[in-house]
Ligand binder design. Structure first.
Ligand code: TYM
Length: 351
């Protein structure tokens, strides 16, 4: 089992990132450790299973950005991941730009990826809108870099939110075509990765609009809960979250056509690790006047220990640099055989 995933170090880590992806990263870290222990006990060699998590800073330059902010954001996001429970001793935690093999492999896969495949990516269509000609080449090629990110490490499992599933399907298509075209005799160069999307919280929506996903790039701060928000801010944002005048139904079917209500109940269920039906079993028939404060409390309880750890971690920037340097060295080591095999399969002479 090889778990690989990334996050762009732009803006603040928000509840959508946490419930959709990061919490799953932390859980998979435990699964990997258990698998390693079981394999070691069976005499099957230790540490075969691994988690690699990274800051996707190369992805962040596909949109207009401020270099100073990106530099600061990368360290802050590193601290946020550690605060959420990513343990740099157990997982390889690194920054993409510190491992040049990501960019190299992207170029090598560029001969295999097809324009038509990239043109169909919904994120490209959403971000480019009507102005495709004015977009950066990096924004168009972004999914190829994302494929390189996971294929470089022979990822088997990629924990992501729903919005990244299509990019992972593309990574599988690229891997499959490359294996077919350049590794015909049953020695595939790449493993086909599986996206792991949480059954609940795969898509957390904006607090202002139940049809738009919660996002770092939404100009409204009130649309999202940031992991660094203090208790008063969280409670105020939840109180002002868009809802409708109806009380909560007692069954999930009653949330049809009520996207904002569905989103708040989904967030509650994800935070409480329960199901939507269980939440409605408790709050069905009640109005938002009583549900919202309970939801806010649950958020505050989840975020408090994370933001306390984050504040402490941000005080020691050198320690964060050291975590990234160590992680990158390890990632370079793990990725080297695949990068070499890719050059070889393509017939590129490197001496
Ligand atoms: P990014 O930085 O936008 O988001 C990081 C992770 O958070 C998930 N996510 C959400 N999940 C549920 N509800 C939401 N509202 C929500 N918003 C974000 C995302 O699905 C993601 O898992 N291209 C990626 C980063 C990346 C990557 C990779 C991921 C680069 N290379 C390789 C996996 C594997 C991105 O921009 O995620």
């Amino acid at each position: 089992m090889r778990v690989v995933s990334g996050i762009q170090p732009t803006g603040n880590l928000h509840l959508g990132n946490y419930l959709g992806a990061i919490r799953n990263w932390v859980r998979m870290q435990d699964t990997v450790e258990e698998d390693n222990r079981a394999q070691a006990a069976a005499g099957d060699g230790a540490d075969k299973n691994q988690c690699l998590f990274f800051l996707a800073d190369l992805h962040a330059i596909s949109m207009p950005h401020d270099p100073a902010e990106l530099r600061r954001g990368t360290l802050e996001m590193t601290a946020a991941l550690v605060a959420c429970g990513i343990d740099p001793q157990r997982s390889v935690l690194f920054n993409q730009a510190q491992v040049p093999a990501h960019a190299e492999l992207q170029w090598l896969l560029g001969g295999t990826a097809r324009m038509g495949w990239l043109n169909r990516m919904t994120q490209w269509k959403d971000k480019a809108g009507k102005n495709r000609e004015g977009q950066s080449v990096a924004l168009f090629g972004y999914p190829v870099l994302q494929a390189a990110d996971v294929l470089l490490y022979q990822a088997t499992h990629v924990p992501v939110g729903e919005d990244q599933k299509q990019h992972l399907e593309l990574a599988r298509d690229i891997a499959q075509k490359f294996n077919n075209d350049f590794a015909p005799d049953n020695a595939p160069v790449f493993t086909l990765p599986d996206p792991i999307v949480p059954p609940q919280a795969a898509r957390i929506m904006s607090l202002r609009d139940g049809q738009a996903k919660m996002s770092k790039s939404d100009p409204s701060e009130r649309s999202r809960i940031n992991l660094v928000d203090d208790a008063d801010t969280v409670m105020a944002k939840v109180k002002k979250a868009k809802t409708d005048p109806e009380p909560l139904p007692s069954e999930q079917a009653g949330l049809g056509g009520r996207p904002e209500a569905l989103n708040l109940v989904t967030i509650y269920a994800a935070l409480a690790d329960s199901s939507i039906d269980d939440v409605l079993g408790e709050y069905g028939g009640q109005g938002f006047g009583s549900f919202k404060p309970a939801l806010g409390e649950l958020m505050v309880e989840t975020l408090r220990p994370i933001s306390q750890r984050l504040t402490a971690l941000l005080e020691d920037r050198e320690a964060l640099d050291a975590i990234l340097a160590r992680g990158a060295a390890r990632a370079r080591e793990i990725g080297t055989p695949t990068l070499r095999a890719t050059y070889d399969a393509l017939g590129l002479v490197r001496g």
